[in-house]
Design a protein around this ligand. Structure first.
Ligand code: PMP
Length: 408
């Protein structure tokens, strides 16, 4: 298969060659179990501890505060349950409507089991309201769980201010940093209110099925997965040695070259955004244009069906993600865009494009050419768009398109 035009880097990323190279010895002679007492196993143990130090340097925390797991879904589940066990007298959880399902679904499940769950609203730019948080939080709040940056829009939450508020009420703070690692500076010494933080290796050029959980020293902790003494009792099960070593290498790269990576991603993302907006009329940006990840743009194309756009992009070997996903035959609009009050018609025409440190100008230019041609074609055949090519939709057609979804 030829290399795709890959603009889906919030879904997963290209494994860094340095990370792949680092795991090669583990695929061969270094197959020892890191929990074995013999020197053969301890050689692998040593590699894991080096990786732990790399992750600790990335987060600016202590190696002993980092445990490895299978990724951010597990990290989020573990952190939520651990926080509730550390505050057994409290029965309230605060989170945000735009969180990842690995937080929202855990919280919603707990809502049926004796906990009260508040899902904070966001405004049209994707930001939560600190006053609403202040009004909701109380001495009964065990946990405030927020993501550092949103996977669909890239919008960044003010983790420090949220943490400070939580601390005023003695609540624990969990931050899902799955999308922030490798794209923002994460300095846990500068964020003392954060008690738990999750990252996922495959979101920043490591391998899939591996992540890390930060638990601040002194915070009560109960493992979710039991049955062994691995990870100093924080997560049972023989470690994913390949994933962990790759994560260590990815963390080193992300830390050492962060500024250059951010600058490159921002340049590519802005070129993409400007290019598509110049070539297609009626394109809107979903989310805050400024306070967002440097690699993410979420664009709404009026009079275009996002799923059709995605299918036509797929036929041209372009990878991106639509604002509405086809699940079990029905089109489910993104819960993130819905929470931001993006109208249904606009959600259905929304697509997320995410660049990476490896994205090139040529790839961006090819994407802009191909996607703008597909958008024009879809508008020609759209019942709501222009029929006589090539022209953009009229105001009346735009209104008809909106009205259709208002009825739906
Ligand atoms: N949180 C966020 C914000 C994510 O984007 C993702 C991945 N889509 C996850 C959690 C889950 O990560 P993982 O794939 O490592 O389970």
């Amino acid at each position: 298969m030829t290399r795709p035009l890959y603009f889906d880097n919030n879904a997963t990323t290209f494994p860094a060659p340095e990370a792949v190279e680092a795991v090669l010895p583990l695929l061969g002679e270094f197959y020892g179990n890191p929990s074995s007492q013999h020197a053969f196993g301890q050689k692998v143990r040593h590699q894991l501890e080096l990786a732990r130090e790399s992750v600790a340097r990335l987060l600016n925390c202590k190696p002993a505060e980092v445990s490895f797991n299978s990724g951010a879904t597990e990290g989020n589940n573990t952190a939520i349950y651990a926080a509730l066990q550390a505050r057994p007298d409290r029965k309230h959880i605060v989170t945000v409507k735009t969180e990842h399902s690995s937080v929202l679904e855990v919280a919603r499940n707990l809502a049926g089991r004796g906990y009260r769950v508040t899902e904070l609203n966001v405004d049209s730019a994707g930001h939560l309201d600190l006053d609403e948080l202040k009004g909701e939080i109380s001495g009964d709040t065990a946990l405030v769980s927020v993501m550092w940056a949103n996977n669909e829009t890239g919008v960044i939450h003010p983790v420090g201010a949220i943490g400070d508020l939580a601390k005023q009420f003695g609540a624990l703070v969990h931050v899902d940093a799955a999308q922030a690692a490798g794209k923002l500076k994460l300095d846990l010494a500068e964020e003392p209110a954060v008690d738990f933080l999750t990252i996922s290796a495959h979101k920043f050029h490591g391998l899939k099925g591996c992540g890390a959980l930060f638990v601040r020293e002194g915070t009560g902790f109960e493992p979710l997965i039991r049955g062994g003494h691995h990870e100093t009792g924080r997560r049972a099960g023989t470690e994913n040695t390949l994933g962990i070593v790759a994560l260590g290498a990815a963390a080193d790269l992300a830390r050492r070259k962060l500024d250059a990576h951010i600058e490159h991603m921002r340049k590519m993302r802005d070129r993409l955004e400007r290019g598509l907006m110049a070539k297609c009329d009626d394109v809107t940006l979903n989310g805050d244009p400024v306070s967002r990840l440097p690699n993410t743009t979420n664009l709404g194309f009026a009079c275009v069906d996002g799923e059709a756009l995605l299918m036509m992009m797929d036929a041209e070997n372009i990878c991106a993600t639509a604002g509405s996903a086809c699940r079990s035959g029905s089109m489910e609009p993104s819960h993130v865009l819905k929470a931001m009050n993006v109208p249904l018609w606009a959600i259905h025409g929304s697509v997320r494009f995410c660049v990476s440190r490896y994205t090139t100008e040529d790839e961006v230019d090819a994407l802009v050419e191909k996607v703008s041609a597909i958008v024009r074609r879809l508008r020609e055949i759209s019942p709501f768009g222009a029929r006589s090519a090539p022209r953009q939709p009229t105001d009346a057609e735009l209104e008809a398109h909106k009205a259709y979804f208002a009825r739906a």
